[in-house]
Each structure stands twice: as structure tokens, then as C-alpha cells.
Design a binder for this molecule. Structure first.
Ligand code: COA
Length: 196
């Protein structure tokens, strides 16, 4: 495979639709969320990611041709897509690889590329969140040098009206009982630390 990685522009409607579908499919196929979950529209909305952050895609072809096989979003400081990042931190979000292309190093290659891009743009720290059940992603990030940060763990609660509430582990307590809550595990990486 002569794959290549590219930034996707907000006006590239065809690619944005393809990437949105792939991202939702990647999460659905692993049973991470179901069709009715409020996160699905966000996963599908690749245009919003392209507008407010750097949306990356890997295609099968060397020059950006061929089907999209994977995607990741590099979130700069201050972006509305920053969930965990502080003022001077970059964040990686919504890594997804087509279920047809797993286990070939695509997820790791996209993440490495995203880390390099963030560093090129001045990142002194990169943070990310994973769901507790994302065991393959945990392995992938740890292999690339990310460190588990229990102090960055948090919980997102999906409210009936479509809004979300974000709480720290300490705040969560009994409030998450009986709601659609997903606990997220934090990771961070700093340039100069180990990277595979
Ligand atoms: C996580 C994900 C992106 C990994 O993509 P991928 O292209 O298959 O990953 P890679 O091929 O780079 O593999 C990374 C590591 O996971 C391992 N791995 C991949 N698929 C695996 C599987 N089904 N079972 C066990 N290990 C697996 C690989 O062997 C590799 O480890 P190694 O280098 O020690 O061999 C992909 O599974 C996915 O899209 N999952 C759903 C969405 C998700 O969890 N995103 C994370 C957002 S935080």
C-alpha cells in the first residue's frame, strides 16, 4: 500500500462525508457507542473538525487518491474541540481506522504524524482522552510514548436534551447514576520523552 496522509480542507465535501462515515463506523463496529448515542453526530461531522482544527486523513493512494483508510484530528490550543487541553497544549481526537484496514499500522502512523504536526506548530505537551474500553488504542498510545494520567480522567454525561455535561472524577460521584455517562481516561506526551 502506498498510502499518504493529508490535511482535509473544510470545502472538500466529498472527503468530509467519507471521513465522517468512517469515523462513526469505526466506533460503531467496536461497540464503543450505539447508533442512538449523541456522540454519533459529532463523529460524523468532519466539517466542524476541519473548520476548527487540523483534520488529517490517510488515503490508500500515494497522492491523496483512493479511499480514506483512517483519520485523526489535531486540535490546537484555544480550539472549540479542545476537551482536555490547557491553554498551551495540543490535543488529539477521534482517531479512527476503517474496520477493513485494522492491524496494519495505520493508527500508529496517523498518530505519529499528528504528534509531529503538533510539535511543528509549537506543542510542548499533547493530551488525549480514551474510553475505558478502548484497549487497542491504550496499547497504541502507550507504545508511542503517551503516559497514563489519572489526574486527567473525566466523565462526560449526555443529557436528554442533546447537551453534554463534563465533570471531573471527583465531581462525578453519584451524579452519573442513571444517566448516559462515559468515563474517559487521560494520557499525555511531551516532546523529548520516549516515542516508538
Ligand atoms: C484504535 C485503532 C485506531 C487502531 O487502528 P489500527 O490501524 O488497527 O492500529 P495499528 O495497526 O497501528 O495497531 C496498533 C497496535 O494495536 C494492535 N492491534 C491492532 N488491532 C488489534 C486487535 N484487533 N487486537 C489486538 N491488538 C490489535 C496492533 O497489533 C498494534 O500493536 P503492536 O504494534 O504491538 O503490534 C482502531 O482499532 C479503531 O479505529 N478503533 C475504534 C476507534 C478508537 O478506539 N479510537 C481511539 C480514539 S481515542
Amino acid at each position: 500500500m502506498s498510502a499518504s496522509i493529508h490535511i482535509v480542507q473544510p470545502d472538500d465535501s466529498t472527503r468530509l462525508t467519507e471521513i465522517g462515515q468512517l469515523t462513526a463506523l469505526a466506533y460503531l463496529s467496536d461497540g464503543l457507542v450505539d447508533q442512538a448515542h449523541p456522540y454519533i453526530p459529532q463523529l460524523k461531522d468532519a466539517r466542524a473538525r476541519a473548520e476548527a482544527a487540523d483534520l488529517l486523513m490517510m488515503t490508500n493512494g500515494a497522492d491523496g487518491t483512493g479511499p480514506v483508510v483512517g483519520t485523526i484530528t489535531v486540535v490546537p490550543p484555544g480550539s472549540e474541540f479542545a476537551e482536555l487541553a490547557g491553554d498551551d497544549e495540543f490535543e488529539l481526537r477521534m482517531l479512527a481506522v476503517s474496520p477493513l484496514e485494522r492491524g496494519r499500522g495505520i493508527g500508529a502512523e496517523l498518530t505519529r504524524y499528528a504528534m509531529e504536526r503538533a510539535v511543528d506548530h509549537g506543542a510542548r505537551r499533547i493530551v488525549l482522552s480514551t474510553m475505558e474500553s478502548m484497549h487497542i488504542a491504550h496499547k497504541l498510545y502507550e507504545k508511542l510514548g503517551f503516559v497514563r494520567r489519572t489526574d486527567l480522567d473525566w466523565t462526560v454525561i449526555d443529557n436528554d436534551d442533546g447537551t453534554v455535561t463534563k465533570v471531573t472524577d471527583a465531581e462525578a460521584g453519584d451524579t452519573v447514576r442513571g444517566t448516559t455517562a462515559i468515563r474517559l481516561l487521560g494520557y499525555s506526551w511531551e516532546p523529548g520523552s520516549a516515542r516508538a
